[in-house]
Design a protein around this ligand. Sequence first.
Ligand SMILES: NC(=O)c1ccc[n+]([C@@H]2O[C@H](COP(=O)([O-])OP(=O)(O)OC[C@H]3O[C@@H](n4cnc5c(N)ncnc54)[C@H](OP(=O)(O)O)[C@@H]3O)[C@@H](O)[C@H]2O)c1
Length: 315
Amino acid sequence: MKTVQLRSRNEVPAIGLGTWKSDPGKVGDAVLEAIKCGYRHIDCAAIYGNEGEIGEALQKAMKDKLVKRDELWITSKLWNDSHQKGDVLPALKKTLKDLQLDYLDLYLIHWPVAFKKDVGFPESPDQFLPLSQVPISETWSMMEEAVEQGLSKTIGVSNFSVKKLKSLLDEANIPPEMNQVELHPFLQQNELLDFCTSNHIAVTGYSPLGSTDRQQEMKKDDEPSLLEHPAITELADKHDCTAGQILLSWHVNRGNIVIPKSTSKKHIKENLESQNINLSNEDMLKISEMNEGYRFVDGKFFEMEGNSYKNVFDE
Ligand SMILES: NC(=O)c1ccc[n+]([C@@H]2O[C@H](COP(=O)([O-])OP(=O)(O)OC[C@H]3O[C@@H](n4cnc5c(N)ncnc54)[C@H](OP(=O)(O)O)[C@@H]3O)[C@@H](O)[C@H]2O)c1
């Protein structure tokens, strides 16, 4: 299993299983199947609404001696309604209870966006809290407390721009070790990657296959296809593998971590096997030409007339 080493010397398996949109009744089997195939990294989040079933599957895997706790890398994320100081540790403890774990390997601030308590997804602007009222530095101080209390081995962020990382680094006692962001050949994020590398922040790429199973309301009519792009299908022919495997191996070849979501046995196996594909410099160059700054998860769902969240990615 290929790994990426963090500043704290913890090793994160380079390919993990994503679990957003993995339906109840399917996600547990997907996690078990993944562990049987050799996955040791599962990406979770409270807002995905399936941590309970994942917890059951993890317990079963450990009981059946498929894996030991210290061989697994489990990530979860703090939802936007729990950024206030008194809400961070209770949210983390709820996740631990659901996942049936004593500690996480990595806990992330899911978005640099805050909601009022118990708001899953705001329906009106008054359900947001401005960051001037709940600054990230305040939320971060409780993330640090989570490390101090042994509730998470490491901490990081997700969907943070260079600008937001800089201000967090200025204020943090424990610097973030991870930034989880959308990453694929249409959105190569070179500037963000350079900044993260020079500041010892590892990068995990999400939606690496284009997040094709997102609900219709989140999609644009004319979304480009990563899996059907001719540069990708040609490379798949060349390496005698699938388009998905080329897309995933691109991350591993760049030294990043990637977390494809799947509940299909075939895809779960195939996605892990992509770590064995070596792309040449010429292949990487060809893929680098696909960069067009295209986001599938564009953050526009946080923009509402009358709230303070415009341009969440600072672009
Ligand atoms: N931090 C954040 O804000 C954030 C945002 C988005 C995602 N994430 C994380 O990143 C994970 C991955 O991103 P995502 O779920 O948006 O999308 P994704 O992994 O890009 O795409 C998932 C879709 O691709 C299909 N698929 C999987 N393997 C395939 C293969 N080898 N060939 C063809 N199709 C394949 C899946 O179907 P099957 O299930 O049928 O295989 C599913 O429809 C999430 O699940 C979540 O854990 C985090």
